[in-house]
Every structure is written in structure tokens, then in C-alpha cells.
Design a protein around this ligand. Structure first.
Ligand code: NAP
Ligand code: MG
Length: 480
């Protein structure tokens, strides 16, 4: 077991300079509440304004650099991160609470994303079109939008900043990143990789602080051309309104209430494995986590047994202990949210199949049955290790239940019936469809995003669609 207990002091990084400020924010290890992992300053509006000013000042020179050169800096940052992988994974596990194996997976994913977005510096960005006019060369190109505000949640403190910063930077934008206040040290480690890779001053600025003050100042500033946000739907709605008021471009990826439909032909062991990994991996604290399993009535007993057996094999404990397969809940507040949903579901008539109680910050993997499809538990995002099993009268009814929430992020089905699977892929109202695969996890080259309240739906993140949000099309008529 790793015994690191070091406290990291995070600082703002503005215009290529560290700005320490008074470190009033503390983050304790969610598994070891006495262990102070990080200290961070809490920016006010003037600090945020300075960061935006520096990002603006750096923009023209960064955009003028060949895209391949910008990509090389991303690739170099990826190499530095890969070289620091064990240390950064340990820090991430201590600060956020995912298991060391999960943290190592996230570091690896961030490295692969940096490599992927580096290569976008070589991609074709425009089109040549036939012109209706004589001797006219008509073409399109893509330009950076300018200075971009990036606002990120705590649950993927490396991957989410990278999947936004990567395409933003390679396209020639400058950034002000406002990370979640729960993960300043992990953010700082990522930033150090960019600095070592030679990111020019002002191109990537990081400002620590609360969402309501620093974050809101970033959203409201007229010098910020676009805001890319990942977080809760409630906060995203507010950002949408504020951005609309000043006609800024905005990308919002938000909550989920992801379900897996298990059809009766599915092998119970395989189906349970897919559902349990999706539900309890990352302590259920993933936007794509499986929070509902939908089975047909005749199949309920078989699947409850298989799910309960899988869940019982999960070992909850300190993320740095290699025997641990599920870490703690991120904060006491999130834990009481999780427990509140369980308690309310029980009053609404649900029964606990397994789990349901917490010890310290550790909540047992929890499965509930007899969950009323209209109850809060069945409809709202919990963001914890709580799985509801719902019963449908038919595969069609299962699809109806799956679509019957305000969210539409990731949707799964387990079946070997090809027609049923393809029918599901067409009719499930979600941005990501997983057939015989867990709802969590995505490839770095694939578009990602949700439908309805899971997203504002204008721009998909990641993969080959990532550039769309961070560029504007310009059309050029060249007469000769
Ligand atoms: P959150 O509470 O919405 O916060 C997200 C970020 O927004 C944080 O940096 C937060 O700052 C900031 N913020 C809060 N109020 C703000 C405001 N008025 N103006 C500007 N920024 C503001 O979300 P979270 O608790 O960190 O993360 C969990 C949520 O993220 C879940 O709902 C999950 O589904 C969602 N998520 C979605 C995806 C996806 O791709 N769809 C991926 C991962 C997570 P502070 O926290 O520092 O105050
Ligand atoms: Mg929050």
C-alpha cells in the first residue's frame, strides 16, 4: 500500500506565472478524512479578469503558430504525463477517491487523448468548393474562436480538462480553466506537464476558486468567446442562460440517468458483469454510470441473483490498497445525497437487494428492487453507487422506461438478438449506445455527448467532432 501523505499547495497559473494567493481552500482525502491532500487559493473576480486578459493577449501569437507546432506541445505534455503516471495516479486517487487502478486508467486515457489531439494539428480543416463565378477560387477554412473558458467537474480531473483543452489548444484558442474545487492538486500536476512541454505564457491559464464566484465571472466576461462546461444539469442551465444573454458560444455536458436493458436471451453472468461494472465502477460517480437495469418480469429473479452476487464481490476500501475495487464517496454532502435517495426510495416502496448502508465515507454497492418508475430514485441522477432494478412488461416497454427520464446520455442493452439490438440502437434516446458493453467508458477518437437534459446538444465533444465547438468556419472567395 502506498503511504504518500504529502500536502500539495496549488496556485493559479496566469500569463505564465504562478500566483499563489491566500490558500484558504482545503481538500482532504475522502478515504482518510484527517489527511490534507491539497490547499488552494479561491479567486475573486479580479483574479479571473487578469487570467482572461492574459489569455487574450496570448491568443494572436498562438493562433499564428503552425497547428503542427501546437500539436507538438500537446504530444510533449502527454509524454511528460506518461513519465509521471504512477505519481499522478496516486495523487488523483488520494484527492478524488477513485481506486488506484481507476486512476491509472484515467492517466493513461489522458495521455492517449493528448496524443490524439496532437495529431489533429495535421488534419485537413477546410473544403474547396466549385465557384459560380469565373476565375474564383472558393474555399473554407476554420479559425479558432478566441479565448475559451473551460469549467470542469471533479470526477475526471485529468480526462475532462484534457478532452476540452486538447482540441481547443490545437485549434489555436487560448484557455482559462476553472477546475472543480475538489481537485486542485491533480489539476496542478496536469498543468505542470503542459509547462514542462513548453506551453507559451498566457495560452493555458488555471484559476482555482468557487463556481459561484470565479466560475460565474468566467462565464459572464465578454472577452470569453466560448464556454465549455461539464457538470451538473442545474449548474449547466444557469451557464446556458448567462452565455445566451451575451450571445457566447456554449457547450454543456451534464447529468445522466443511464439504463441497461437486459433481454431474456442474455447470459445472466455476462449481463450482471456489464451492469455491475457500469454501476459501481468509479463508485458510481460517472456521468455515464448505470443507474437503472431494466428487465422483463419473468427474468427479474434470475437477474437479481446474478447482480447481487456480482455486487457482493466488490471490495470497498482505501483507493491505494490494491485489494480495493470501489473507493469512497467524494464528500459527506454527496454521501448524504446518496443515502437520502435510498431512504426516500424505501418510503416509496422499494426494497434493498444488497447494500444500503455506509460506514464513514464508504457506501456499500447498493441495489434496490420494486423501484417505482415515477419515484425520485428512478428519475433523478444520484451520482453514487446506487442501482435500481426496474421491471418491464415487454422489450418495447423496457425501451419506453429507458427513455422516460429527462436525461439521455448513455444507454445499454444486453442481448445476442441482432434485430433487437439494432432496433434499440435506433430508438434509445441517448447520445451513446452500448450494445453488450457497459455504459461507462469511451474511446478517445469517438464523439461523446448526450441528448435532452444531458447536454445542450449543439456540439459533440471528443473524437473527430471535438474541433467543431472550438473553431468557426470562414468562407473565402478569391478572384484571380
Ligand atoms: P457541478 O457542481 O455542476 O460543478 C461543475 C463545475 O462548475 C465546477 O468546476 C464548479 O465549481 C463549477 N460551477 C458551479 N457553479 C458555477 C457557476 N454558477 N458558474 C460557473 N461555474 C460553476 O458538477 P460536479 O459536482 O463537479 O460534477 C458532477 C456532475 O457532473 C454530475 O451531474 C455528472 O453527471 C456531471 N458530469 C457530466 C459529464 C458529461 O460528460 N456529461 C462528465 C462528468 C460529470 P466548484 O465545484 O468549484 O464550485
Ligand atoms: Mg457539485
Amino acid at each position: 500500500m502506498n503511504s504518500t501523505t504529502e500536502t500539495i499547495g496549488a496556485a493559479h497559473f496566469i500569463g505564465g506565472e504562478w500566483m499563489v494567493g491566500e490558500r484558504t481552500e482545503q481538500r482532504f482525502n475522502p478515504a482518510q478524512p484527517a489527511e490534507l491532500v491539497s490547499l488552494a487559493p479561491d479567486a475573486d473576480e479580479s483574479v479571473m479578469s487578469l487570467a482572461i486578459e492574459q489569455a487574450q493577449a496570448a491568443q494572436a501569437a498562438w493562433a499564428a503558430m503552425p497547428a503542427q507546432g501546437r500539436g507538438e506541445i500537446l504530444a510533449a505534455a502527454g509524454r511528460v504525463l506518461a513519465g509521471r503516471a504512477p505519481e499522478v495516479a496516486t495523487l488523483l486517487a488520494r484527492e478524488e477517491g477513485k481506486t488506484l487502478a481507476e486512476a491509472e486508467g484515467e492517466v493513461d486515457r489522458a495521455v492517449r487523448m493528448l496524443t490524439f489531439y496532437a495529431a489533429q494539428g495535421w488534419q485537413a480543416l477546410g473544403a474547396t468548393l466549385p465557384s459560380s463565378d469565373d476565375r474564383t477560387h472558393l474555399y473554407t477554412t476554420r479559425e479558432p474562436v478566441g479565448t475559451v473558458g473551460v469549467i470542469t467537474p471533479w470526477n475526471f480531473p485529468l480526462a475532462i480538462p484534457v478532452w476540452k483543452a486538447g482540441p481547443a489548444l490545437v485549434a489555436g484558442n487560448t484557455i482559462v480553466l476553472k477546475p472543480s474545487s475538489f481537485v486542485p492538486a491533480t489539476t496542478q500536476a496536469l498543468l505542470e506537464c503542459f509547462i514542462e512541454a513548453g506551453i507559451p505564457r498566457g495560452v493555458l491559464n488555471v484559476v482555482h476558486g468557487s463556481g459561484s464566484r470565479a466560475g460565474q465571472a468566467l462565464v459572464d466576461d465578454p472577452r470569453v468567446a466560448a464556454v465549455s462546461f461539464t457538470g451538473s444539469t442545474a449548474v449547466g442551465r444557469g451557464i446556458n442562460l448567462a452565455a445566451a444573454a451575451r450571445m457566447a458560444r456554449v457547450q454543456l455536458e451534464m447529468g445522466g440517468k443511464n439504463a441497461v436493458v437486459v433481454l431474456p436471451d442474455a447470459d445472466a453472468e455476462r449481463a450482471a458483469d456489464i451492469c455491475v461494472r457500469g454501476a459501481f465502477g468509479l463508485t458510481g460517480q460517472a456521468c455515464t454510470a448505470t443507474s437503472r437495469v431494466i428487465v422483463t418480469r419473468a427474468d427479474e429473479h434470475r437477474m437479481l441473483n446474478a447482480l447481487a452476487a456480482r455486487a457482493a464481490a466488490i471490495v470497498t476500501g482505501d483507493p491505494l490498497d490494491p485489494r480495493t475495487s470501489m473507493g469512497p464517496v467524494v464528500t459527506d454532502q454527496q454521501l448524504s445525497t446518496d443515502l437520502g435517495y435510498i431512504e426516500r426510495a424505501l418510503t416509496d416502496g422499494a426494497d434493498v437487494v444488497t447494500g444500503g448502508t455506509a460506514s464513514g465515507r464508504f457506501l456499500e454497492p447498493t441495489i434496490l428492487r420494486n423501484v417505482d418508475p415515477d419515484s425520485a430514485l428512478a428519475r433523478q441522477e444520484v451520482f453514487g453507487p446506487v442501482l435500481s432494478v426496474l421491471v418491464a412488461d415487454s422489450p418495447d416497454d423496457a425501451l419506453h422506461l429507458l427513455n422516460d427520464t429527462e436525461y439521455g446520455l448513455s444507454a445499454g442493452i444486453v442481448t445476442d438478438d441482432l434485430s433487437a439490438a439494432m432496433n434499440f440502437a435506433g430508438r434509445a434516446d441517448a447520445g451513446v449506445i452500448k450494445i453488450n458493453r457497459q455504459t461507462t467508458g469511451t474511446d478517445v477518437n469517438a464523439p461523446f455527448g448526450g441528448n435532452r437534459s444531458s447536454s445542450n446538444g449543439l456540439f459533440r465533444e471528443q473524437g473527430f467532432t471535438a474541433t467543431d465547438f472550438f473553431t468557426r468556419v470562414k468562407t473565402v472567395y478569391l478572384g484571380y
